[in-house]
Structure formats: structure tokens, C-alpha cells
Design a binder for this molecule. Sequence first.
Ligand code: HEC
Ligand code: HEC
Length: 459
Amino acid sequence: MLERKTFHKTLIYSGVALLIIGLFGAASMQARASAMSDLVTQGRQIFRFDTFGDEDFWGEQLKLHQAIEGEQFGGVGPGVSPTTALSVGLKVDVKALPDSLKRQLKKGQVDLNDPAVTLALLKLNAVVGVTGFFNSDGSLSSIGIQCALCHSTVDDSFAPGIGKRLDGWANRDLNVGAIIALSPNLSPLQTLLSADRDTVVAVLNSWGPGKFDAELVLDGKAFNPQQVTDGVVTGTNVPGATLIPPAFGLAGVNLHTWTGWGSIPYWNAFVANIEMHGKGNFFDPRLDNAAQFPIAAANGFGHIQTPEDEDLITPKLPALHAYQLSLLAPLPPDGSFDPVAASRGDALFEGKAKCASCHVPPLYTESGWNLHTPAEMGIDSFQADRSPDLMYRTSPLKGIWTHTKGGFFHDGRFATLLDVVNHYDTLFSLGLTNQEKSDLVEYLKSLGDVPLQTPKGDD
Ligand code: HEC
Ligand code: HEC
């Protein structure tokens, strides 16, 4: 009897103990989930608003803020009006605008040709990816840029160029080169590139919308002497800038950038230090290769050191990474592709067209070392040769419908998805019929992770 009672007690005790463990377990899981969502929220803030101290470059050195405010506010030149800003692809976050201003805009009561309005928008923190720093008299003292400048756009819900933020989307309207070329002082770039102002301006203006040359300040190679596609010369002296890729749909992808420089946190540190000119630490001895990266090697770009208390980049890398991983690729809107043709295209993608041998669903790149030689891809090696592995990275294709402007492949050499499919048909002798090619295109247009929506928890 006694034994039985003890047994029961033991059962009850262990039941209670399990319950307690279970409750604690759930609580700690919840704690972990909320720590993760805090990290994502912090990362969003950094992605949208953090300049990493880069105003010391864009403002203090290049004096870009003086060109934006114009003579009227103590700067230089005519200034940048909202009309000009929108025409070079800058975007305005409608959520940052007060209702009174929205009403005036709707009624056409705002002078969009007045640089003072641009300053007002900057003061409201409404220009996506750009932060103005102000003097007490309302003029600009400096200007900094953020990741969102190139990797966000807006949904145009208010007016063209004005709407809700779409983080992770490539801004293919943004003419980065034309914006930088406005800078009154380009001497930091002239020194790096050993070139005069006119040459630097000509290079910057060669990029065009949706492109940027991340390797220019490493190797100084501004133009691809000969673009070759499937054995045919398809261009000479083609600008070396590459298309801005999306920053969504990247979870699970090993190597990033068109040429596979490294992981997401690798590239985030690279960009924040070397391209944006923020203040941080960066280590990559591959940049010491003076034959391949003469400018980077001479300037020690692979060994950027900033003391811990002045490092505005390294502590932010975890949150930035978490945020990027949280950005899923949007599915296309209904009616933007033919679902029946897309499902035939799906079968071709995995079968006859052999696309899935490299673009492995659901990553649409290889799990593992996702690079291929220029010869395998049937294209010239110019851009691949500007990267450590001399290869091209298999593009993750999800959400490709969001970045059809500017073309496809790293330099946009294929104007349409059909041109891309035709290239593969030639390269791999696939023998695709016209119907099959168009089915593949419909399939490509259908790819994405989640329905299009305003980013979660945005309010
Ligand atoms: C001036 C425009 C610009 C800014 C600002 C910028 N990027 Fe980029 N980003 C690019 C371009 C262009 C590439 C492609 C570079 C290449 O392949 O050489 C790229 C590539 C990337 C990639 C790789 C995407 C892929 O497909 O694998 C990630 C991730 C990324 N950027 C994140 C960031 C983050 C985070 C920031 C802020 C710290 C940032 N970028 C700032 C233009 C920009
Ligand atoms: C041998 C591996 C491989 C195969 C097979 C392959 N791709 Fe690709 N794909 C790549 C690489 C690498 C790139 C990047 C090329 C570049 O950046 O210049 C790419 C780029 C693309 C792009 C452009 C992405 C962008 O953002 O511009 C599309 C679209 C595409 N591939 C579709 C396909 C289709 C459709 C097939 C089948 C007919 C296919 N690929 C077969 C490796 C491959």
C-alpha cells in the first residue's frame, strides 16, 4: 500500500515538475522569440536610418549637402528641388509626411521646384535612405546615406515616387552616379582613382539608373572593354557598374553579390565601411592582392581599424543581418502572370530547360558553393575578374518581378526575361520551342515567398 502511495506521489511530483519545466520552456521560447523580434526591429531601424557616421564623407568631404540646398541656403548651384530629386530616383516615405502637407500636396499647393521643399522633406526624415543634418538657421550642415537608399523603394501609393516603404526592393530608378556627381568636391574620389574631376564625373554619369560600381574604388576599372555574350561581342567600353540587387529573399543563400564576395554579414561590413564610408572595422586580406585590387591594396581597405568606442558599424551587424533574413521575397500581384503557363514553365525549369540544376528551389541558387565560371555562363569575365573567386554567383530568383527595370544578369545585358531564356537556349542547346520559352518566362515572373503586403509590424 505504502509503496503504491509513494508511486502515486512520485507520479504527481514528476507531473508537476514536467508542467513547471514545460511552462518555463514555453516562457524561455517566448523570451527567445521576442529577443529575436527585438533584433529584427533594431535591424530595420539601422537599415532605414543608420548612417554609420558616413556624413563625414558625403557631407564634410564631398559637400553633397551644399549642392542639395543650393546657393539660396548658403550652398552651391541651383539646389535640388523635389522634382529633380524624384527624377534621379529618390523616394519619399509618405508615412513621414504630416497630414497638412499631404493635403497641400494633393491640392498642388506645394512648389515642387523649390529646393526649400527638399530641405523640409529631409527635416521630416521623409527622403528614403538619406539623412540631413541641420544648422540652427535651417540650412544643411551635412548629409549621410543609408542602406535603404539603394535597397528600398516605395509603393507609389500617394504619387509616383511617394508611398509606403518597400524594404529590400532594389531601387532601379535611383541614379546613384548622377547624385554623387553633383558633389562640389570630388577630390577624395579623384585621389583614389588618380583622375581629374571631369573624368570622375564622366564615369559616375556613365552608370545610369539602378546601377552602382562597388568595385571601382578597389580596382579603378570603370569600363568593360569588350562585353561578350555567347561568343558574340555585344558591347564595347560598357560601364563597369552592376545592377542594384534586391536585399530580400536571401535567407539560406551562401554567397552574396553578383560575384559571390561573401556572406550577408561580410558584405554588410564591406559596404558600410568601403562604399558608404562609415566608421568601423573591416578585415579582408584578399584585398591586399595589388595586381587585382591596386587601389584597395594601396589604401589598406582590407585592414580598416577603428577603436571600439568609435566603431559605429560592427555592433550593428547582428541586428542588420537578422533584419535582412526576415525580408521575404514578395509574390507577384494576381493577374501579372499566367498561372497555367507558369505551371508548365515550372516543369520545364526542373526538366528540359535544366535551370533547377543551378537555381535549386526553393532557394533558386545552389545550397553550398553557389558560383560558376564565366565560360560556364557563356559571358565575358570582366566583372568576375574583379572579385576574389573570379566567378559569377547563381542569382536567387525569387521576387524577380520587382526588378525587371534595367535588365538581367549583373550588368543588365539582357533586356527581358525572354532574352535570358534565349541565351540559355543557345548556350546549353536546349532546343526550346517558342511556347516553352514563354512558359519559362511566366514561371520566372511567378516566383516569390509571401503575398505582397506592407512590411510586418510597420506602424
Ligand atoms: C549606393 C547603393 C548601395 C548602398 C547604399 C548599399 N548597397 Fe547593397 N548593393 C548595391 C550593389 C550595386 C550591390 C551589388 C554589388 C556587387 O555585386 O558587386 C549590392 C549588394 C548587396 C547585397 C547582396 C545581395 C545578393 O543578391 O546577394 C546585400 C545583402 C546588400 N547589398 C546589403 C546592403 C546593406 C546592408 C547596405 C547598408 C549597410 C547596403 N547594401 C548599401 C548597392 C548598394
Ligand atoms: C550553370 C548554372 C546555371 C544554369 C543551368 C542556369 N542559370 Fe540562371 N544564372 C546563373 C548565374 C551564375 C547567374 C548570374 C549571371 C550574372 O550575374 O551575370 C544566373 C542568372 C539568371 C537570371 C538573372 C537574374 C537577375 O537578377 O538578373 C535569370 C532570370 C536566370 N538565371 C534564369 C535561368 C533560367 C530560366 C535557366 C534555365 C533555362 C537558368 N537560369 C539556368 C546560373 C545558372
